[in-house]
Write a protein that binds this ligand. Structure first.
Ligand code: FE
Ligand code: ZN
Ligand code: FE
Ligand code: FE
Length: 190
């Protein structure tokens, strides 16, 4: 919208041009960063548990030995990330519980469709890598934010634990990059 068109529109206190776009908070809305932090931990706790359930299927559909073993390795790492989150909830005096992560749910659905849409072999491997990297990038974004929240809140032990997971997600993304560059894409292009 052009600025000239806005002049007659009422502005809300936060400067938005259309008050119809403003979302009224629910009765349970977080008013403190700590609450948003806990909610975000519940979201990623759900997501990591969903991944523990989904990674075996990805591994079972991969062909390249390097990809199969990378997925197997990341499954073990992911199981440990679930335990680390349980430790984090414990440190914060909160109950370890998940809250459905719509983003991870969507990424996993997309991963399932990629399996249906590709023939087993190099092309399906390329699809599995693509889907897995979207998942790792989502996790990297999430843990990056969680580390920042933990530091802001002065939860330094929690920040350290979250930083370990962040490093593992970055490592997994690098491994997938290497596999894609070294093997799968070369074969898939033939
Ligand atoms: Fe993870
Ligand atoms: Zn999420
Ligand atoms: Fe998201
Ligand atoms: Fe991961």
């Amino acid at each position: 919208m052009k600025n000239s068109e806005n002049s007659n529109h009422e502005k809300t206190s936060n400067g938005t041009n259309n008050k119809n776009l403003f979302v009224q908070p629910s009765s349970k809305a977080a008013s403190e960063l700590k609450d948003l932090f806990i909610d975000s931990l519940k979201d990623i706790f759900w997501a990591e548990n969903a991944l523990v359930g989904a990674l075996p299927k990805m591994g079972a559909n991969a062909t390249a030995a390097s990809l199969v073993s990378a997925i197997k390795e990341h499954l073990a790492v992911t199981k440990n990330q679930v335990l680390r989150l349980e430790k984090i909830f414990d440190l914060l005096g909160e109950k370890a519980e998940g809250k459905k992560c719509e983003a991870m749910s969507g990424l996993l659905k997309e991963g399932d469709s990629i399996l249906e849409e590709t023939m087993p072999g190099a092309v399906r491997d390329a699809g599995i890598i693509a889907a897995s990297q979207k998942i790792e990038h989502y996790e990297i974004a999430t843990y990056g934010t969680l580390v920042a929240f933990a530091k802001t809140l002065g939860e330094n032990d929690v920040a350290k634990l979250l930083t370990q997971t962040l490093a593992e997600e970055k490592e997994a993304d690098c491994v997938l990059n290497d596999i894609a560059l070294n093997a799968v894409n070369i074969v898939a292009a033939k």
